[in-house]
Every structure is written in C-alpha cells, then in structure tokens.
Design a protein around this ligand. Structure first.
Ligand code: NAD
Length: 435
C-alpha cells in the first residue's frame, strides 16, 4: 500500500516537474525570437504574421527496399520559409528525432542567417526521420535518391538549394545531383552545395566555418581590442570549426593559449603550436596528448583570463552559473546556441561583447554561396579565389553588423543581428508587394 502511494506521488511529482520544465520546441523559440525582432523594429502584427509564415512545407513518403527484401517507409520534409531575397538555402539532416516543427524552425533561422550575410538566398531546411547508422550504404543511397526525386519539382538552382547537415555528407549530395540529372535531363551542379570537388564542390568548404569564425574575431578585435596581434584566445571544441578557427587566429598573430575537446583541455600561457595540436589530435584522438601544456577542464577553459573566447563545441555551455565568472572581453560563437538567454543578459550587462552564432558561424553557408556562383560560372574560381572571397564576405558582414550595433546600442548584439536580418527580408517583401 505504502509502495503504491509512493509510486502515485512520484508519478504526480514527475508530471508537474515535466510541465514546469517544459522544454521549448525549436519552432516556438524561433517565433519568440522573431517577435522580439519585430518589436525592436517597430513593425506591426501584419508584418509579424507575414514574416513568420512559411511559404511551403512539403512532406514526402520515402519507400525503401531494405537489404532483407522488405519495404520500409520513411518520412521526410523540406521546409521553405521565405524566398524574398532569393532561392531557399539550407541543409538536409537525417536523424531519428527529426520533425516537421524542427525543420520549420531551422528554415526560419536560415532566412535570417542568409539575410544577415547579404547572400542572395532565402531560408530552407530538410530532414528525413531515420537513423542512418542503422542503414547499409546501399539503403542510404536508395533513401537519398527517393527523397530527392520526391522533391525534384520543388528544388533547383534558382528555387531551392539543399546542402549537408547532421549525418549527411558530400557523397549524399552527389547522389542528389545525379538523381536530379536523371529527372530533368541536365547536369545542374548548382542544385546542391558541399559536393565532392569532382562534381563542382570546393575544398574551401572544409575550412570555411573555422576561417569565418577567425575572420569575424579578427574584425571584432580590430574594433574592440585595438587589433588581434598578441591577443589571448581560448577555444572550446577542437573539431572542424574550432581547430580551423584556432589555426587561422594563431596564423594571424593571436596567442591561442587553451583548446579542448570532449576528453579535456590543454593550456599554455605562452601560446600553443596549433599545427602541432592538430597533428596530435588526428594521430592520438585528443588534444590532451599534446606535451607542452598543462591539463585543464572544459569548465576552467571557459573562465580563463583571455581576450577572446570561442565556444565551438556544444550548445548551452555558457549559462547563468558561469556567465558572471567569464573573464573574456569578447565571445565569438563558433557553435550553434552556446549561450543561454539568461547568460546573454548577464554578459550584456557586464559589457562582454558577444558575436552571435548567426553571424560568427556563417562561413559554411557563405562558402556554399561561392560554390553555387562558381557552378553557374562553369568552374571559374580557384580555391585561393574562394578563400579570399569568403574572408571578404565575412569581414564585410561583421563590419556592417558592427555599424548597425553602434546605432542601436540599446539592444544586445544577438537581438541586433536578428533585427538587422529581419529588416532586410521585410524590405525585400515590401518591394515585391508581399506586405
Ligand atoms: P565536430 O564534431 O567536428 O567537433 C566538435 C568538437 O567538440 C570535437 O572536438 C569534440 O571532441 C568537442 N566536444 C564535444 N563535447 C565537448 C565538451 N563537452 N567540451 C568540449 N569539447 C567538446 O563539430 P563541428 O562541425 O566543429 O561543429 C561544432 C559546432 O559548430 C556545433 O555546434 C555545430 O552545430 C556548429 N556549426 C558547425 C558548422 C560546420 O560547418 N561544421 C557550421 C555552423 C555551425
């Protein structure tokens, strides 16, 4: 009897706890952020509705003949949020928890990101609800071809240009291009980006997000710290984004004194030799095997006394708990969503300058834009051209954001970036007669 009562009480307690701790759906978060930007811009309810509403959300059924001979049906989506500035642009993820709400939110974020970077693109995002780790390569190929075939009427180099995202890659993009060729009867490489170089891709894509983070940090340091030369930097996460960000920052004269990965961090106040750290990470699996340094934890890294902090691993690592202890003068968000809204407020009040993810990690989509332009020019650019165009575009985007921020010192940088992006989309919609 006592056990029954205890079970009953704990069930009620857990239900109440779940309601109180309701994790916000990404779509709700995207809409809340848009509401904030619309308010800052002083636009009305009509504008909010027009900016919020997706132009099209497509759901497709994907039957796949599995290796055991049985048919299995998967569900996929492509959300096309807004095309006022150009064709929709955004990745496709294969994930067992993918949902329509998630792709709708992600496509809205892509609209703002492309707008902020002044790219001629709108926002799109796709997904298939599948765990690709449980499929054979042949099953993944069939699923990919079928997904893209179902979307063939809705994509195109002037209409919607997908790219890889979580658990998708250049090989999958090659299958998409080929499937599109079979359907439309033409080799249109610009229909997707991040392809293998043999099919019109660029190697620059691999370094793009890290190089973009470093470029934005360099520009921000020029305005706020009086330059990058000799400035100290800590980078959390030494993967694709973090390692190239650290590499370029150190090449340009900054002193990268701490980096970390999921096994822990390393610290040397004189500066780490980043190329060596990259070598150690690729040979031994973690940065912690690098010799000339002291071991530190990921938490310690975040609160080091540095000029620039680059979180480039996970979301929600800078929170209300550690934000008061952060000693960096500037945070450049390589990762998506590393700072919680409470931490944002604390940092703003404390005068820590945050370059928001929507701008700082936009090097990937910017490289995609360069690849798309190059495909349409028949492969005109060299890798060197692509790299310098990427750097110029990121620097330009930061500088125009920074002058906007100077005119709106009443709002925090994240809200400013969002407002700036929304305003551009709204103006394009107005010119086209959509609002
Ligand atoms: P990645 O998998 O290449 O690297 C992630 C790194 O973070 C790894 O070194 C891993 O060991 C480390 N890590 C994991 N848990 C950690 C922890 N608790 N503490 C410290 N380090 C930890 O991933 P990536 O492509 O470099 O992406 C990193 C972040 O950047 C993600 O938030 C991603 O969404 C975002 N992002 C990536 C790109 C891109 O082009 N790769 C573009 C935009 C945004």
């Amino acid at each position: 009897m006592g056990d029954h009562r205890a079970f009953f009480l704990s069930t009620i307690f857990n239900m109440v706890k779940r309601v109180n701790e309701k994790v916000l759906d990404p779509y709700d978060v995207a809409v809340m952020q848009l509401r904030k930007a619309v308010n800052v811009l002083g636009l009305g309810e009509e504008a909010f509705e027009a900016l919020k509403t997706h132009e099209r959300v497509i759901q497709v059924k994907i039957p796949v003949k599995m290796d055991d001979g049985k048919m299995r049906v998967f569900i996929g989506w492509r959300a096309q949020h807004n095309s006022a500035l150009g064709p929709y642009k955004g990745g496709v993820r294969y994930h067992p928890e993918a949902s329509m709400g998630e792709v709708m939110a992600l496509s809205m974020w892509m609209t703002w990101k492309c707008s902020l970077l002044q790219l001629p693109f709108g926002g799109g995002k796709g997904a298939v609800r599948v765990d690709p780790r449980r499929l054979s390569p042949r099953e993944i190929e069939e699923l990919s071809r079928r997904y893209f075939a179902s979307l063939a009427r809705f994509v195109g180099e002037d209409l919607d240009i997908p790219a890889p995202d979580v658990y998708t890659n250049p090989q999958i993009m090659a299958w998409y291009v080929d499937e599109y060729y079979r359907i439309v009867g033409a080799n249109i490489f610009g229909v997707v980006t991040s392809k293998p170089p043999a099919l019109g891709g660029l190697n620059t894509r691999i370094i793009a997000t890290g190089l973009g983070v470093a470029t934005v940090a360099r520009e921000a340091a020029r305005h706020i710290l009086g330059g990058l030369e000799g400035r100290s930097v800590a980078v959390q996460g030494f993967g694709n984004v973090g390692s190239y960000a650290a590499y370029y920052l150190s090449t340009w004269g900054a002193r990268v004194i701490a980096v970390s990965d999921s096994s822990g961090g390393i610290y040397n106040p004189r500066g780490l030799r980043i190329e060596e750290v990259m070598k150690v990470k690729s040979e031994k699996g973690s940065v912690i095997h690098y010799q000339d340094s002291k071991k530190i934890s990921n938490d310690e890294l975040l609160t080091l006394d540095v000029d620039i902090l680059v979180p480039a691993a996970l979301e929600n690592v800078i929170t209300a708990d550690n934000a008061p202890k952060i000693r960096a003068k500037m945070i450049v968000e390589g990762a998506n969503g590393p700072t919680t809204p409470e931490a944002d407020e604390i940092l703003f009040k404390r005068g820590v300058f945050v370059v928001p993810d929507i701008l700082a990690n936009a090097g990937g989509v910017t490289a995609s834009w360069i690849e798309w332009v190059n495909n349409r020019m028949g492969g005109w650019l060299t890798e060197e051209d692509a790299r310098s165009k990427l750097e110029n575009k990121m620097a330009e985007a930061f500088n125009s954001f920074y002058s906007y921020l100077n005119r709106r010192s009443d709002i925090d940088p994240r809200t400013a970036a969002q407002a700036m992006a929304v305003e551009r989309v709204y103006n394009a919609m107005k010119l086209r007669g959509w609002v």
